[in-house]
Design a binder for this molecule. Structure first.
Ligand code: DAH
Length: 341
């Protein structure tokens, strides 16, 4: 029996050597040497045929060999497993130094950007930033601005009317009235906001953005208006920008004008954006009409003031060289992401 055990051990060691780090081969050896049909198991069963004296020593020897075999197998299986994992890791190599694809974090819309910049310029000149409702009534949007019910200027306004005598404001000018009702002169304010008109083509949208400006004090003149505009546009566009006023009619100012700036795309030489004129119209302006002061409770004998309105979307287009108004409304992320803060 001892001879058998020595032989089995030798064979086992040799088989294990040959299996190397192949996990399947190691498993096959385990079945062969420890399984139900293993030679060692057979020897155990044969113990009964031995004499009483021989039995304990033989049983012990078989058990010792079984334990040795089990320990060696465990060891070999562990090594085979490690080898397999190492091989897989080498294959699955991950290069953590590769630059990742950056997640897109979104940007500020060009119109918002322009509004914020203009707000900051006006704040720097001592203006307050006011707001008013987008749903207005007839008094604030028209009557108080010197447009009584039958006034022809109302036709051109293309107003969206709502139930109950309300409407979507067609301009930010009603905030002039609300501000003068709430605050005594001297006052300098701007109001940025959305305005609405029944318009929809390449150069007009049913909703767009304006900024209203109003200055009221004793002795304010048209010169203050022109000077203020020069400063604001120079700060916004930087350096070489000229402003010009052209006589125009708005019911709420007298005298009234439209104002242009020299085209920032072609520097005044003439291009597609300015239709070869060298000038871009930005909005309307003028000296506050006495009837407007009266409607808002300001004494026109004591005070004068200037006001102007401007289209923020227009200005953003000028500044960033955008040539189609609709791009600002489509929210195409490929367009928007070109304007990082
Ligand atoms: N509210 C006018 C518009 O939307 C623009 C405007 C003209 C505003 C003259 C003014 C102004 O403050 O004085 O067309």
């Amino acid at each position: 029996m001892l001879d058998d055990l020595l032989r089995i051990e030798r064979e086992f060691n040799q088989a294990l050597d040959e299996a190397g780090s192949d996990p399947d081969a190691v498993e096959a050896i385990r079945v062969r040497y420890l399984g139900r049909k293993a030679e060692l198991t057979g020897l155990m069963k044969k113990l009964g045929t031995l004499s009483k004296e021989e039995r304990p020593a033989a049983g012990k020897a078989i058990n010792i060999l079984k334990q040795k075999v089990a320990a060696s197998l465990q060891n070999a299986a562990d090594q085979a497993g490690n080898a397999r994992r190492t091989a897989r890791l080498a294959q699955e190599r991950l290069d953590v130094t590769l630059p990742p694809r950056m997640p897109w974090t979104g940007t500020v819309h060009p119109t918002t950007h322009a509004r914020r910049e203009l707000e900051s310029i006006f704040r720097g000149l001592g203006y307050t930033v006011e707001s008013g409702p987008e749903v207005e009534d007839d008094f604030y949007n028209f009557q108080a601005l010197n447009m009584p019910p039958e006034h022809p200027a109302r036709d051109g306004a293309d107003t969206f009317y709502l139930d109950g005598g309300l409407l979507l404001r067609t301009h930010t000018s009603p905030v002039q009235i609300r501000t003068m009702q709430n605050r005594k002169p001297p006052l300098k304010m701007i109001c940025p906001g959305r305005v609405y008109r029944r318009d929809w083509d390449a150069t007009h949208l049913p909703m767009f953005h304006q900024i209203e400006a109003l200055v009221v004090d004793e002795g304010i003149t048209m010169g203050d208006l022109k000077g203020t505009m020069d400063v604001v546009w120079k700060r916004y566009f930087g350096g070489r920008v000229r402003t010009r006023l052209r006589p125009a009619y708005f019911p709420f100012v007298e005298p009234g004008c439209e104002y242009d700036i020299s085209c920032q795309v072609c520097a005044g030489d003439g291009c597609r954006i300015c239709k070869q004129s060298g000038w871009i119209e930005l909005g309307g302006a003028g000296m506050v009409h006495p009837a407007v002061f009266e409607a808002a409770g300001v004494d026109p004998e004591l005070y004068t003031g200037f006001a102007f309105g401007l289209g923020i979307d227009r200005i953003a287009m000028m500044k960033y060289g955008i040539d189609d108004l609709r791009l600002l409304m489509e929210n195409d992320t490929r367009f928007l992401r070109q304007f990082p803060l």
